[in-house]
Design a protein around this ligand. Structure first.
Ligand code: PMV
Length: 360
């Protein structure tokens, strides 16, 4: 499929007013997306677990305008309060998707959104937020064009979400989503995420992710700025090639449930992401001393107990602790006894792999 396939033709119906709502989860990348080309095209393919509990719930109410077209007309409420400072980001999103969703200018819109996780937790809400909004936009398009197929609906939702925030395109479906052209993955695309098309061992289908909130502050460096620093980065080409190679290796690992090899790739990906930040110009460090304390504790625990627990990191200081469901009791005990002290106000969030967004 190409970009043109997402430009709608004539609408079949006119809809004077209505309301749609979606809840959409966050996701955690195993192979990281870091570096992009024009129009949110990733510099390398990535793969992520869709999460279950960390999600955004968004309602879109729409009413046909008397004079259609012209500018966007929308109000935004976050957790029940009018939030004008979020509006420029949404407007920018609408502008980016304008040729694919031109009907948005024909309606007066009311967007109400909330997260199931604390806003200032340091957990990026852009993936769940942008995917929930993209799905609402698609539900409105579906009302205008009821003939849209389920497959097209989901692909276009992912395509639109990508234009809002790259990683958001991996938050539409579950459980494992690949995004970005990758020679060994049939159907993979730079334009949208796809459900991982090969065998996934049972162990991964209930995988746990406990998110340790090390630093709940605002991000010091936006991901847009971070991605841009991969232009002219001395290690960029080697890093992009490595992502392809890691995805190749993961195919057998996902199939066989080979946890020792899974751990090696996942932890290496997390540290490579941060190594790219530390070696860019300008350079920066997003990990905090407590991030490193936690990583060392996880290594020590894994070494002494043999429990296959590992970590991954986002573009921040928080640590995602990943482990099989059958190790849950032991790992939660370990987290409470040894890792919670490194979390800001002792806070952590228990999540697990999920099946994707749901229409409400
Ligand atoms: O979607 P963005 O532009 O916020 O980028 C997210 C990048 C990482 O979270 C660091 C990695 C990833 O693949 O999710």
């Amino acid at each position: 499929m190409c970009e043109q396939d997402f430009i709608p033709g004539e609408y079949e119906k006119s809809v004077p007013l209505g309301k749609v709502a979606w809840q959409s989860p966050s996701n955690i990348a195993l192979v990281k997306y870091w570096g992009k080309k024009k129009n949110q095209i990733p510099a390398n393919p990535s793969v992520s677990f869709t999460l279950k509990n960390c999600k955004t719930i968004t309602t879109l109410e729409f009413q046909e305008k008397e004079i259609k077209g012209e500018d966007y007309d929308f109000e935004l409420f976050f957790e029940g309060r009018k939030k004008d400072d979020f509006k420029p980001k949404i407007k920018k999103f609408f502008e980016r998707i304008e040729q694919y969703s031109p009907f948005l200018k024909d309606f007066k819109l009311l967007i109400q959104t909330k997260n199931t996780f604390p806003h200032s937790s340091g957990i990026a809400s852009s993936a769940s937020g942008m995917s929930a909004l993209a799905l609402c936009v698609m539900s409105l398009e579906k009302k205008l064009n009821p003939g849209l197929t389920e497959d097209f609906f989901l692909k276009k939702a992912s395509f639109l979400a990508r234009l809002g925030s790259g990683s958001a395109c991996r938050s539409i479906e579950g459980e494992l989503i690949e995004w970005g052209e990758h020679a060994s993955t049939a159907g993979s695309s730079d334009l949208f995420g796809i459900k991982y098309p090969y065998k996934l061992h049972e162990v991964f289908k209930t995988y746990q992710d406990t998110i340790l909130l090390v630093d709940k502050g605002q991000k010091q460096v936006s991901s847009t700025l971070g991605h841009n620093l991969m232009y002219g980065h001395p290690f960029a080409e080697a890093r992009f090639a490595q992502a392809h190679d890691n995805l190749d290796q993961l195919q057998a690992i996902f199939e066989m449930g080979n946890l020792p090899e899974f751990i090696k790739i996942v932890e290496s990906e997390a540290l490579t992401l941060h190594a790219m930040m530390m070696s860019s110009n300008p350079y920066f460090i997003l990990m905090k001393p407590n991030t490193l304390e936690i990583i060392n504790k996880i290594w020590e625990y894994r070494e002494t107990t043999g429990v296959p627990v590992c970590f991954t990191l986002d573009a921040g200081a928080n640590v995602h602790v990943l482990y099989p469901n059958e190790e849950k009791d032991k790992v939660l005990e370990f987290i409470k006894n040894e890792l919670v002290v490194y979390c800001e106000k002792g806070q952590y969030i228990c999540d697990l792999i999920g099946k994707g967004a749901e229409k409400l």
